[in-house]
Design a protein around this ligand. Structure first.
Ligand SMILES: *Cc1c(COP(=O)(O)O)cnc(C)c1O
Length: 351
């Protein structure tokens, strides 16, 4: 009875192993003082959890809108941006229409497209890991996708695609979703276009700025577009605890988030420079809180050896164009030092 479309899905791969230093999921290492954690615990204890939460998450939406410099009427909140990706796949076009995205990229675009009965139009990135515009336009003119997803910067490659290439694809009449999950580390955005155009929306999330466990994703769109997505939104998609904690984190305690984000940006340069000076290591440019690197060693083996040293990174070498590549998230300075030391040790021994 289960649809072939659902039977054909490959589940989202998550890392289940734990490690002393976990640099595998692009999370933010956020150290909160004990008093802050206690204040959050007290706020959580006051929640009447027998009651439904505010279905509009009004207070949280206002805090998010203020932080992102937009009007709350242009914001839709989701249970992570994952939920919003699914809503967009349902809301744009009809069943059977195609959804375009360059690959390799964030796997949820394909999973959601297939789940809702849309066709997946995947075009491999070029050698430079940017959009291959010629092949993309050729396929787009042939298959006429209604919707396109761009991870900007792209996960797992770390780079932002050329804005003109995205615009060229939009000019073919495709509704464009710009997924700015790593906006805080890139500073690059399509916000102005999302607020003024009917065919462009921006996705943001609190997941990469220290709140992955709260599951709060953010869609920013022109008010009429935001209104439509709000009509289909499940009414209580942001839980009571998430609303309460995220409001505190975006207001009273936001300076802890900002400080951690700034540390990551500084550490990104330091870590990438250190890897560039290592024998045989190739580092790819990044505007995110992670980066890709390639060594002469088989990536699964190197990952295993690093894990033996207590450091967990992501093996992405099975993806097209990413032979022998690993992805590492930027952590706290001491975590990054541990990674550098482990990598040094393993490479010295094995090369
Ligand atoms: C991590 C990530 C997300 C975040 O998803 P959430 O559901 O908000 O946790 C979205 N898009 C990309 C490209 C990501 O890497």
């Amino acid at each position: 009875m289960i649809s072939a479309r659902i039977k054909g899905l490959s589940p989202y791969k998550t890392e289940k192993r734990s490690a002393k230093v976990k640099l595998s999921s692009n999370e933010l290492s956020l150290d909160l003082p004990a008093e802050v954690k206690e204040e959050i615990a007290r706020a959580v204890a006051r929640i009447p959890f027998n009651r439904y939460p505010d279905p509009q998450a009004t207070e949280l939406k206002e805090a998010v809108a203020l932080r992102f410099g937009v009007d709350p009427s242009c914001v839709v909140l989701g249970n992570g941006s994952d939920e919003l990706i699914q809503y967009l796949c349902m809301a744009v076009g009809e069943s059977g229409d195609a959804v375009f995205y360059p690959v390799p990229t964030f796997p949820m675009y394909g999973i959601s497209a297939q789940t809702v009965g849309k066709e997946r139009l995947e075009v491999p990135l070029g050698e430079d890991l940017d959009i291959d515009l010629d092949s993309s336009l050729k396929e787009i003119r042939r298959r006429k996708p209604i919707l396109a997803f761009f991870s900007y910067p792209n996960n797992p490659t770390g780079n932002c695609f050329d804005k003109n290439k995205i615009t060229a694809i939009r000019n073919e009449g495709v509704f464009c979703v710009i997924d700015e999950a790593y906006y805080h580390f890139s500073g690059k955005t399509f916000l102005e276009e999302a607020l003024s155009r009917e065919d462009t929306v921006v996705l943001r999330t609190l997941s990469k700025i220290g709140m992955a466990g709260l599951r709060v994703g953010v869609l920013i769109a022109r008010q009429d577009v935001a209104d439509y997505i709000n009509r289909m939104r499940l009414p209580f998609n942001i839980t009571y605890p998430s609303q309460v904690i995220a409001v505190l984190m975006l207001t009273k305690f936001y300076h802890f988030v900002e400080e951690a984000v700034n540390t990551v940006k500084r550490e990104r340069d330091r870590l990438m420079d250190a890897l560039r000076s290592m024998k045989g290591v190739e580092v790819f440019p990044s505007e995110a809180n992670f980066f890709l690197f390639r060594t002469p060693l088989p990536a699964p083996l190197l990952q295993e050896k690093l894990l033996e040293e207590g450091v967990l990174v992501r093996d992405v070498s099975y993806l097209p164009r990413l032979e022998r590549c690993l992805r590492v998230s930027i952590g706290k300075p001491e975590e990054n030092d541990a990674f550098l030391e482990a990598l040094h040790k393993v490479i010295e021994k094995m090369l």
